[in-house]
Structures are given as structure tokens and as C-alpha cells.
Design a protein around this ligand. Sequence first.
Ligand code: ZN
Length: 257
Amino acid sequence: MKIYRFRYRKKILYGLLKEDVLFPIRGSIFRNYKIQDSPIPISEVTLLPPIIPSKIVCVGRNYREHAGELGNPVPAEPLLFLKPPSAVIGPLQAIIYPEVSQRVDYEGELAVIIKKRASQLPEEAPWQEYVLGYTCFNDITARDLQMKDVQFTRAKSFDTFAAVGPCLATDLDPGAVQLKTFLNGKLVQAASTRNMIFPVPFLIRYISRIMTLEPGDIIATGTPAGVGPMQPGDRVEVQIEGIGTLSNQVKKIETRR
Ligand code: ZN
């Protein structure tokens, strides 16, 4: 099932996609909802980020080849950092290139969306119950600032630096899907999520023992090898089997006068 969040005639709605029409839902996507019998063609809506999280927990260096390409060792435990919810953009929204950076990279990732509050999950917890769905994520990074600063906050947190979408896919095996990133149509990242060092069930439990995960929170599970810079005007696409394609264009910041 693919759940989209969108704007239609000034209303913000969730809907299920069947072929190319959206069936709006009434109720909560986290609990119970009813499917309305009033389909809207997807061509008539503006797609929005599928979720507004209270936080975005990111995992660094979760693919061996990517740790290697930046000269970092493979971590013994997940390396976590946060991105602020203010960085979220949805499908087709612009990534704004900050003036203070000379190197802004894409990082295509699989994102997990949390369904219900998860705190201190034990080893045997049924992790699937805590997952609402999966989506594509672009963990945009000012690489020069990441190298310069001691920690990641500035480099990872500019407005528009967390592209999410296009939908929430509920039926997905997060341990075995193909992830691809394209820059101006050219394939730049390709990997199976099978190659994650710390797989999704492990990450949910591990993070829940540090901070409470709330409904709607995002876990960005790390990027495979092939990260690289983007320039204003570039189009970047993160594509995951069973979810779809998240497409965004890079723009220069508009100077306010
Ligand atoms: Zn990342």
C-alpha cells in the first residue's frame, strides 16, 4: 500500500494510491482510518512530505563501502546524529544551496517512519509493530562544513536539507530492496539495503534505548557508496524499489533585500 500526503483545493489530505488516483482517507494514519469513495487524480494534487516528524534520527556510515570512501573506519556501534524537522521538504521542492558552503552532497537513503511510541524496546520486541512504512530520503550534507566542524549539526541542518517522499510504502522488506540515486539522470549510487551494517530491526531497538521514538519520527538508515557534490540547477533523484522516486532540484539561495 502506498500512502501519499498532498494538498488538494487548499486542504491537506492523506490518500491511498490505486493506479493513478488517490483515495482520500479519514482518520489517523497511525491508528484507524476509513477510505473515502471520492478519488482524486494524482495529476491534480501537490505532493507534500509524507510525514512531519518530531525528529529525524540519522545513521552515519551504515554501509561498508561508504565508510571507506570518506576514509572512515567501519563503526562498531551505529553512529547517530539528528536533523531538525525544519529541514524537511517534499517531492519536487527545491534544495537551497547555502551561501556558506562550497560543497553540498546528496546522500540517498531508506527512511523508516515510526508508527507508535517506542521506548526501551527489548531484544525480542516485535519491531514491525513500530513501523508505519518506508520512504526515500535525501540526507543533504554541506560536506565542507562537516569536515570543518567537530560535529555534524551545521552541515546537516540547513533548511531544505532533508528531502522526504514521495509516499509511505507499507509493504516492504527493509532488508532487501534496491536503492539508487541519480544525478541529472546519471546513476551515482546503487546498493541493496541487504548491505547495511546495522539493519532496520537493530536500529529501531538501539535508538529506542537512547531516545523515545514518537509516531511520525524518521530514521534515515545511512547512505551507500557514491556520494558526491551537487550544483545549483542539478536534479537529484532517490529511487527505492517498492516505494518510488523522490525528485528534487538544487537552487541558489534567493537573497532578500
Ligand atoms: Zn546520511
